[in-house]
Design a protein around this ligand. Sequence first.
Ligand code: URA
Length: 236
Amino acid sequence: MRVDKLLSEMGKASRKESARLARLGKILVNGTAVKKCDIHVDPEKDEIVFCGERIVYKRFTYIMLNKPEGYVSATEDGYEKTVLDLLPEEERRKNLFPCGRLDKNTLGLMILTNDGENAHKLLSPKNHVSKTYRFKSKLPISKEDKQRLEDGIDIGGYLTKPCKIELFDGSASGDITITEGKYHQIKRMLEAVDNKITYLERIAFGTISLDSSLGRGEWRYLTENEEKNLLEGENI
Ligand code: URA
């Protein structure tokens, strides 16, 4: 692969910046400064040093973000802040996108990646990847309503798939696990039993749980194990 493509995929520099830095002798391949960026490198074998930093190539990036309220799950938006705005410039250069959507006022676990193929698998309805949300509702949820929600409920012409609900003390909060992701699904499910969601936070996506050490708006890379488990999860 071309050295400038590699540097751009790693978020280090745009192709134009790479060309400029190469002319300044800032890009070394196996110890030799390259003056032009059209040379091809083997990311597994060649040693690439960019502005003094040894570059360890990774084809895809997976990020766990603790989404705060007020951000939209998009890569760009003319009016609203997007979840990408929470990442530093170097990460934003990597063409990351949110793997699935959370409403503007929903908080919690969001996975961002540039691995289109696997993101597609994780989001495909036929793979039933589970998502768990902590919620609060305006009114307590009765036993009957819990059962109706768990069995599948009509949310305006669509019958939701069976889900799992664990209610906490008082029955007006709990965890709900769904295996699909229709628009405003959980809010609409609660509305279908004449109730209302007042708080919604995603706490798990497939095999990944939200890292409790991440504050709102903070992010980290998935560990190798998390990445492996997510992609090899029982459902995909
Ligand atoms: N269900 C919703 O209603 N909103 C979300 O953001 C996610 C699931």
